[in-house]
Design a protein around this ligand. Structure first.
Ligand SMILES: Cc1cc2nc3c(=O)[nH]c(=O)nc-3n(C[C@H](O)[C@H](O)[C@H](O)COP(=O)(O)OP(=O)(O)OC[C@H]3O[C@@H](n4cnc5c(N)ncnc54)[C@H](O)[C@@H]3O)c2cc1C
Length: 563
């Protein structure tokens, strides 16, 4: 019988709420479900919220009675905030998080590189915002609990999955014993140690890096701005790397690499943690300042992915699908993109608006994203923790040259998480004008946000299905195009039309944005009336035209929704 802990997790700044378990005896016999999600981490909850937005109900099963232990992910990217905006929690993240855009790299007691993340007036969100994962999970949880399409079941652990054609039978253990749920689709969002993945005997591909990193969250009062601090080859930890980040509530994350041969058990002994944190504070000029430990853990970098996320009726997502190094803020930020992608692909299949080919596309796109991250994060990992004498020689050469030579300094700048561009997606239109545009977001890219007025941005108006941005000065959408849109909606496909450029509302459009100064058209590379962009429900561009007509629109929709 599954007995999750009923004791609140310890923390010096966060009050863990312990929820009551969902017990089968208190509920009617369970009917077959369309979607069951195992796991209530970022991937599971964003998937449930996105599915609900597209009208698909789900049951979320989660083994614990409270949100996750320790701060875990602390840095969230602009794209994550854009995704979180879609599921209704971006405002709470902004109210409570610490935005930032500068990073500093130090070597030999000298700042050798200052990273400045791009940010302009068209961006609603900062490039990065720091907030502890528990808060982010709490906000998602509140949104799930307020949504009648989401049935979130605490203390429900998936212990077995059997598959038959068209159905998954899920055995769920609870504090009063097991019950069975039948579902059309099971989403495995059960985290890095996914028991579903292990039980199905699925092998991940890739590699694991040697070496451990300690992450420690301490409460300390440091008079420093919210900027990322990276120390290479510091005097108290020669050859290794240390990162520091400010978090809300007076907490700082100290992240340091261990010398070769040191075990995690030794590293997490209080005396070892104390000596190292004291040394770090002394090195940055704050020796003797009082601090208090909140949470610590050890991790090692791995770059592993399943080669296919769809396994019969079971779809893997987030850490259950891949294990990626957190350098470059990858873990939860990647999970949001996975979940957003999964939700719309699955919702359209569940609602009969596309064939199961769409799920194959989801897997191909997200496995591609994981492999891109593996490639990029592997480079950062090798710079932070060189895996061989050759890599160390190269890294040390960059470090020592950077003291005097400007040109090597940008080599410190590792690539942080960014949305994968589905450049080769099978959903991208074949006969459109993508190649003829000179600027603007191309095939597979996420949209460029546009500031429309103070506190009013393009992305505030997108979402809930396909979006067509139609650039026009005319009074109405052409009649044949309106017919295609009506027929598409009649099939149940949600599509919203935003007319851009006309001074008066355009008949046939759901919304008209005037664009008096032409700024919107310029950012989208549009030079004349009649151009258009088609965005998928995850907002990535799947077609764009210098001139759109009804036939071209119909062709693009047919490609984006394969039967
Ligand atoms: C120690 C540590 C430090 C980290 N630091 C960072 C960081 O600094 N930056 C960063 O970006 N990322 C970090 N991460 C990674 C980040 O936390 C994860 O990438 C992110 O949480 C992945 O989300 P997920 O929803 O896929 O999985 P998880 O968040 O792991 O969620 C899994 C969920 O499944 C549930 N579950 C597990 N088994 C079952 C089961 N059998 N049945 C039902 N439910 C089940 C769990 O209770 C949980 O709700 C860290 C992770 C760890 C472990």
């Amino acid at each position: 019988m599954h007995q999750p802990t009923t004791e609140a997790r310890p923390s010096i700044y966060y009050n863990y709420q312990v929820f009551k378990p969902w017990l089968p005896s208190a509920h009617a016999a369970q009917e077959r479900k369309q979607v069951v999600i195992a796991g209530s981490g970022p991937a599971g909850m964003v998937a449930a919220l996105e599915l609900a937005r597209l009208g698909v109900p789900s049951v979320v099963l989660t083994s614990e009675l409270q949100v996750s232990q320790g701060s875990r992910a602390i840095v969230f990217t602009r794209r994550s905030m854009e995704i979180l905006q879609q599921v209704g929690v971006a405002d709470r993240m902004t109210e409570n998080g610490l935005p930032w855009r500068f990073g500093n790299s130090y070597y030999g007691g000298q700042r050798v590189f200052r990273m400045e993340a791009p940010h302009d007036a068209d961006d609603r969100f900062f490039p990065m915002i720091n907030i502890q994962q528990q808060y982010m999970e709490e906000y998602l949880l509140d949104a799930c609990q307020a949504n009648p399409l989401i049935d979130l079941r605490w203390g429900n652990k998936v212990v077995k999955v059997d598959q038959a054609p068209g159905v998954a039978r899920v055995t769920v253990d609870t504090p009063e014993g097991p019950y069975t749920l039948e579902t059309d689709w099971l989403v495995a969002a059960d985290g890095g140690r996914s028991e579903i993945r292990t039980a199905m005997n699925l092998q991940m591909e890739g590699s694991s890096y040697e070496g451990f990193f300690v992450i420690a969250d301490i409460r300390v009062d440091l008079p420093l701005p919210t900027e990322r601090l990276a120390y290479f080859d510091p005097e108290w930890n020669p050859g290794n790397t240390i990162l520091m980040h400010r978090e809300p509530h007076g907490i700082w994350r100290v992240d340091y690499q261990l010398p070769p041969g040191e075990t995690p058990e030794e590293a997490l002994k209080p005396a070892s943690l104390k000596a190292r944190i004291d040394a770090q504070l002394a090195m940055i000029g704050h020796a003797g300042v009082p601090w208090e430990m909140d949470w610590n853990s050890v991790y090692s970098a791995r770059t592993l992915t399943l080669p296919d996320y769809v396994q019969g009726r079971v779809i893997f997502t987030g850490d259950a699908a891949h294990l990626l190094p957190i350098f470059g803020v990858r873990g939860a930020n990647t999970a949001f993109q996975d979940a957003q992608s999964l939700a719309w692909h699955l919702a359209f299949v569940v609602r009969g608006l596309a064939g199961e080919k769409l799920l194959a596309n989801h897997s191909a796109e997200r496995v591609g994203a994981a492999r891109e991250i593996i490639d990029e994060a592997g480079k950062s990992t090798r710079f932070m923790a060189p895996p061989s004498p050759g890599f160390r020689l190269l890294r040390d050469a960059v470090l020592s040259l950077s003291l005097t030579e400007e040109f090597v300094r940008p080599l410190y700048h590792w690539r942080t998480s960014r949305p994968h561009e589905y450049t080769d997606s099978m959903l991208n239109s074949q006969g459109d004008d993508n190649a003829l545009f000179r600027s603007g977001p191309a095939h597979g890219a996420p949209p460029q946000n546009i500031r429309l007025a103070p506190n009013d941005f393009l992305l505030d108006h997108l979402g809930g299905g396909f979006d067509l941005l139609y650039f026009t000065d005319a009074a109405a959408l052409p009649e044949p195009m309106q017919q295609v849109l009506a027929a598409t909606r009649a099939k149940g496909v949600p599509i919203k039309v935003i007319a851009v450029g006309a001074a008066q509302p355009v008949a046939g459009a759901d919304l008209t944005l005037a664009d008096a100064d032409g700024h919107f058209r310029k950012r989208y590379g549009v030079q004349a009336s009649g151009a258009a962009y088609l965005l998928r429900p995850d907002q990535h561009i799947c077609a764009r035209w210098l001139t759109l007509d009804a036939t071209r629109l119909q062709a693009a929709l047919n490609i984006a929704l394969p039967q």
